[in-house]
Design a binder for this molecule. Structure first.
Ligand SMILES: [Zn+2]
Length: 225
């Protein structure tokens, strides 16, 4: 019985965690374009700010040079992500959708190489860090959608740029990105059980494990003698 309720709780938690569908991505907007109210305290004053949901369609509009200015005009002045950087993330999503995993891997490599590497951490750690630098300013809020008497959960992004990046990452699916256990580099996981880039990385991990085991046994033998 317990396991059933735990499963149910997990399912509910996952529903809440899904951005956009269950948790709308909200950004401050000019009053004319409002879709609801976010009441919070700013500089010790309680303010009711107009907000609007940003969807995948808005992301497409932002990537379209003909529509970008119309989109930007709706929102308050904000920092926007580099179109080139955002384009690389979207290229990963596009290739994944087409089932071209090698091209998705190439787009992921280009995205990672485009940022300044820190030699003290692995490529996968570096990637997780730059993704979090883009999206960690989002926070869960309670808002009031216009025309509804009920409150609702939302994911508030003070910057439209944060929201756009979140949408791009959502299109890729973070579960499609992983760390190869052979070489430690980032990899596209075309299935959840994938642990290595390819057979070469699998063999490399196997050889390393065997070498470690050998070292351990020879150390133990050394102790006995
Ligand atoms: Zn590898």
């Amino acid at each position: 019985m317990t396991s059933v309720s735990v499963k149910k709780a997990l399912r509910t938690a996952m529903k809440i965690a899904l951005p956009e569908s269950e948790l709308p991505i909200l950004v401050p907007v000019k009053p004319k374009f409002r879709a609801g109210t976010f009441t919070w305290s700013k500089n010790d004053d309680v303010v009711a700010d107009p907000v609007r949901q940003l969807t995948q369609r808005d992301l497409d509009a932002y990537m379209d040079p003909g529509l970008r200015n119309d989109l930007v005009a709706m929102y308050l002045p904000a920092e926007y992500p580099d179109v080139k950087v955002l384009g690389l993330v979207l290229a990963i999503a596009k290739e994944l959708r087409r089932g071209r995993f090698d091209d998705a891997q190439a787009a992921l490599n280009a995205f990672v190489q485009g940022s300044v590497a820190d030699p003290t951490i692995s490529a996968a750690e570096h990637l997780a860090w730059i993704l979090n630098a883009e999206i960690s300013k989002a926070s869960p809020i309670v808002w009031q959608p216009d025309g509804s008497s009920q409150f609702a959960f939302g994911l508030y992004c003070e910057d439209v740029g944060t929201a756009l990046f979140l949408l791009a990452l959502q299109r890729v699916g973070v579960g499609r990105i992983g760390r190869c256990q052979g070489c430690g580099e980032v990899m596209i996981a075309d299935r959840t059980s994938k642990r290595f880039h390819d057979a070469k990385c699998r063999v490399r991990a196997f050889m390393r494990r065997r070498a470690e085991e050998k070292r351990r046994t020879s150390r133990q033998k050394g102790k006995v003698n």
